[in-house]
Design a protein around this ligand. Structure first.
Ligand SMILES: NC(=O)c1ccc[n+]([C@@H]2O[C@H](COP(=O)([O-])OP(=O)(O)OC[C@H]3O[C@@H](n4cnc5c(N)ncnc54)[C@H](O)[C@@H]3O)[C@@H](O)[C@H]2O)c1
Ligand SMILES: CC(C)[C@H](C(=O)O)[C@@H](O)C(=O)O
Ligand SMILES: [Mg+2]
Length: 359
């Protein structure tokens, strides 16, 4: 059965990296029998340009109808002065929320070929394979009330609200245990339970859910310590489960363990396993339009899509193996380049991965 993939290039480097993902999907289709149809729609600043909305109604309708979605990135200085609700980032948050994509998997894996590209010493990051599970539709990102107001004394104040209900905590923590069961059975729940009531509830719920998973070792860690431990001794972690904003921050930090933020893919899944796939990085306005962005996080996001939503494990493994081969060949975009390697641009990297696809 043919599955429909909706491609949302977005802004900045989004269209450049997504073009390589499209090349890859078309190659899997033409050479390896992958039954997919691709369709494209605007989101973010491109959505605003095309339809006056960061998430155009038509894009949302196509997203609901698609079997899987691939997103590049949104945002950029051109759009930073727009009214708040029209900003590109609102479109991204809206699609996550509308499609109930609460479970965001952000694997941080160090390809051995990139050990020397990491900002950390090879002995600290060698063999790194951790999974950060970020809650994606709650917390400060969506809590109400929010806004900027002027107090009676004339002072302006901004405010956001962090809210998590017990069912919201339970479903993401449960996903964390399920993922841990398929890995090394260690789950670290990261919170700020020494300061925030919402974290206290989170911890309580995590302890309760743990009773259903006696084979998984659950630990708790405060987020400030977790940030420190991620750069001190990242291999102590197997699976980390955490709330929306902590997960956003910790995953960018974890990205640097793998050599570059241009290496980290992600899957955002709903309760049925349907999902949107995207690199964790942004639209990188500083390098947009130069053809130098690393497309590998996006190509690895395609691999996650093949594995988690399209049930095409062999195709996923094929893509990951091709990325490994290209790194073996010494090809590097600027962000992961080290002495003795060959520096290539976005397109050359994408073409090399396609050329390295094998039976
Ligand atoms: N999921 C998303 O769409 C997403 C994620 C993060 C940020 N953003 C948006 O992107 C814009 C820029 O944000 P930022 O600068 O904080 O974060 P960013 O991730 O876009 O860039 C941070 C740094 O990493 C580099 N980088 C990112 N991706 C790269 C890649 N594939 N290859 C090589 N280098 C790469 C950039 O050049 C930059 O120096 C903002 O508008 C922000 O809101 C979007
Ligand atoms: C652009 C922004 C809304 C987004 C987030 O904070 O979730 C980004 O940083 C991410 O990690 O996907
Ligand atoms: Mg982020």
């Amino acid at each position: 059965m043919t599955q429909n993939i909706l491609i949302l290039p977005g802004d900045g480097i989004g269209p450049e990296i997504v073009a390589e993902a499209t090349r890859l999907l078309n190659a899997l289709k033409d050479r390896f029998g992958l039954a997919v149809e691709l369709e494209e729609a605007p989101i973010g600043g491109a959505g605003y340009d095309a339809a006056g909305q960061p998430l155009p109604d038509e894009t949302l309708a196509l997203a609901r109808a698609a079997d899987a979605i691939l997103l590049g990135a949104v945002g950029g200085p051109r759009y930073d002065q727009l009214a708040w609700e029209l900003r590109p980032e609102r479109g991204l948050l809206a699609i996550r929320s509308e499609l109930a994509l609460f479970s965001n998997l952000r694997p941080a894996i160090l390809y051995p070929q990139l050990a020397s590209a990491s900002a950390l010493k090879p002995e600290i990051v060698g063999g790194l394979d951790i999974m950060i599970l970020r809650e994606l539709t709650g917390g400060a990102y969506f809590g109400k009330p929010r806004g900027i107001q002027t107090r009676e004394d004339g002072v302006r104040e901004g405010f956001n609200t962090i809210i998590y209900s017990e069912p919201e905590i339970e479903r993401i923590v449960r996903s964390g245990f399920e993922i841990a069961m398929k890995r090394d059975r260690r789950l670290c729940s990261v919170d700020k339970a020494n300061v925030l009531e919402v974290s206290q509830l989170w911890r309580e719920v995590a302890e309760r859910v743990a009773k259903d998973y006696p084979k998984v070792a659950l630990s708790h860690m405060y987020v400030d310590n977790a940030a420190m431990q991620l750069v001190r001794a990242p291999k102590q972690f197997d699976v980390i489960v955490t709330e929306n904003m902590f997960g956003d921050i910790l995953s960018d930090a974890a990205a640097m363990l793998t050599g570059s933020i241009g290496m980290l893919p992600s899957a955002s899944l709903d309760a049925q396993g349907k999902g949107m796939y995207e690199p964790i990085h942004g639209s990188a306005p500083d390098i947009a339009g130069q053809g130098v962005a690393n497309p590998l996080a996006t190509l690895l996001s395609v691999a996650m899509m093949l594995r988690y939503t399209l049930n095409e494990e062999a195709q996923a493994a094929r893509v990951e193996a091709a990325v490994g081969r290209v790194l073996d060949q010494g090809l590097r975009t600027a962000d992961i380049w080290t002495e003795g390697c060959r520096k290539v641009g976005t397109r050359e990297m994408g073409e090399a991965v396609v050329a390295a696809l094998a039976d």
